[in-house]
Design a protein. Structure first.
Length: 256
């Protein structure tokens, strides 16, 4: 159903079963996949691609220009995958030319009310962002991460897969995969045991991650030595190698 008060540009490409609610506005360069629902009073503009089965609650704003003083009006994109839910007043900005010109979200993500995703962010799959969680530009979030309500993340920060960020946190440095963090500034508080167990990690995988965590973050070793020892102690463990590679590649530094 497309409400008669909705304004849909003739150039927009919507699958036949896309529903558009009252007073929503769909721009010229927007493409929307099958089974997606656009609620009332939404604005979707710019070069925005939306997959199938997504739900946009009322007053969502997607594909708007980035809030970046360097932005000069150039063409940039917002790309959204399948089966994502965006609750009331979520805002999603397009990318910038100096950040790759695309903001990208994967599949099966759940963004609660008032969440903001700024320019050039990359969000994986099965990510949950609670109410008013806010991403600055150029942030990467791995699969199955959870961000608590009112959390703010500094630009260029990376958050690994299966991370839990507690509510009202200020995240200024990278948060490695599989851990829990909270605070202003956010600090690590052990593995995200609830998250990994919910996602079917075996006891052996969890035990290897616990051992790696102790060596990397609790053994008071210089980082290079801690990484070397972790690889020796947990050789052949794919999860541990992912954790170590994340720490090695950090440019902003690791929350400790």
């Amino acid at each position: 159903m497309r409400h008669p008060t909705a304004i849909i540009h003739p150039g927009a490409q919507l699958a036949g079963d896309v529903s558009v609610g009252p007073y929503s506005v769909i721009g010229e360069h927007v493409r929307i996949g099958a089974g997606t629902t656009i609620g009332a009073h939404c604005v979707i503009e710019g070069w925005t691609e939306i997959g199938s089965g997504c739900v946009f609650s009322h007053f969502v704003s997607a594909g708007t220009p980035p809030q970046d003083l360097k932005f000069g009006g150039e063409k940039s994109r917002l790309v959204i995958g399948d089966q994502n839910t965006f609750r009331e007043f979520v805002t999603l900005n397009r990318g910038t030319h100096h950040g790759g010109a695309v903001t990208r979200l994967g599949d099966h993500n759940f963004l609660m009310a008032y969440v903001h995703v700024a320019h050039d962010c990359r969000i994986g799959n099965h990510v949950v962002m609670a109410n008013a969680a806010t991403l600055a530009g150029h942030i990467e979030i791995g699969d199955h991460a959870v961000l608590g309500g009112l959390t703010g993340v500094h630009q260029f920060v990376r958050i690994g897969a299966y991370v839990m960020i507690g509510g009202c946190s200020a995240v200024a440095q990278d948060v490695p995969p599989f851990v829990s963090a909270v605070g202003n500034r956010a600090k690590l508080y052990g593995l995200n045991l609830v998250g990994v167990k919910r996602n079917g990690f075996s006891e052996d995988r969890i035990a290897a991650l616990k051992k790696a965590y102790r060596t990397l973050f609790n053994a008071h070793l210089p980082l290079k030595e801690a990484i070397k020892r972790t690889r020796e102690e947990c050789a052949g463990q794919a999860d541990v190698e992912e954790l170590v590679r994340f720490v090695e590649s950090s440019e902003r530094g690791i929350s400790r």
